[in-house]
Design a protein. Structure first.
Ligand SMILES: C[S@@+](CC[C@H](N)C(=O)[O-])C[C@H]1O[C@@H](n2cnc3c(N)ncnc32)[C@H](O)[C@@H]1O
Length: 236
């Protein structure tokens, strides 16, 4: 059985290409200075890719777990001065005052699926309300299949790529089982999520990438093309 830390590092490497695509979907030149919000940022895996891709960008990492935040400060050390953490519970609709009222971009990776449906729907509206006109929200997340047949296809194909997966599924420790149940508890198919983005007011709602149970989707707040924050400004 792989150790959790080793698995986490491996997963981060495997996801790098998708997170880089998420970063490049944002409508900025590489030298633009802008501030983005990373919702459910964890230890900052997505933020680090964005900050490396945009050397003058700044990140606000929203996270509710003190453990994740503490480990995040360690992993974010190479980006000191270009990021800050904000304690935020995405289950609550009153966002902390430390999040600026207008953001140049919002991203999320592997966090929205942790929210019950009513909060998924509501937070899309809250994100929309915080974006500058013309700014984008992009989400990278796992999804549930629309039916059992498709679910079985996804599992069969995923298992072909990861032959250890069937054994690991059948031999989870209680801790691994709890983590798995937490992972899938509120996971839902893609279609309603796209619909809720549109209902929130987003336009150009698009699935930019999809592979079996993983997607990158997003949308734009109508308005002028986003103009980045004044150059050199810190993360809010
Ligand atoms: C699977 S991790 C992903 C972290 C990071 N975005 C990444 O790409 O590696 C999910 C993160 O969402 C956070 N999270 C889950 N529910 C949350 C909530 N209600 N409010 C804030 N953060 C939450 C967890 O603490 C965790 O750090």
């Amino acid at each position: 059985m792989r150790s959790f830390a080793a698995s986490a590092q491996q997963r981060e490497r495997e996801r790098h290409e998708q997170v880089l695509l998420l970063a490049r979907l944002l409508p900025f030149d590489q030298q633009d200075a802008f501030t983005f919000l990373d919702l459910g940022a964890g230890t900052g895996a997505a933020s680090r890719v964005l900050l490396a891709e945009y050397p003058r960008a700044s990140a606000i990492l929203a996270e509710y777990s003190p453990q994740m935040t503490a480990e995040g400060h360690r992993q974010m050390a190479p980006f000191a001065g270009r990021y800050r953490y904000v304690e935020m519970d995405m289950l609550a609709s009153d966002w902390p005052a430390e999040v600026p009222p207008q953001l140049d971009a919002v991203v999320s990776a592997l966090s929205i699926h942790h929210l019950p449906d009513a909060r998924k729907q509501a937070i899309f509206g809250e994100i929309f309300g915080r974006l500058r006109p013309g700014a984008w929200y992009v989400n990278y997340d796992p999804i549930r299949a629309p039916d059992a047949v498709v679910e079985a296809v996804w599992e069969r194909v995923n298992d072909r790529y990861d032959p250890e997966a069937p054994y690991e599924r059948a031999h989870r420790t209680p801790q691994e089982q709890a983590r798995y149940e937490n992972h899938v508890r509120y996971m839902i198919p893609l279609a309603p999520q796209l619909e809720w983005l549109r209902q929130a007011g987003f336009i150009q709602v698009e699935v930019f990438w999809k592979r079996l149970d993983w997607v990158i989707y997003g949308g734009c707040r109508p308005g002028l093309t986003v103009s980045p924050s004044p150059s050199g400004r810190g993360p809010g």
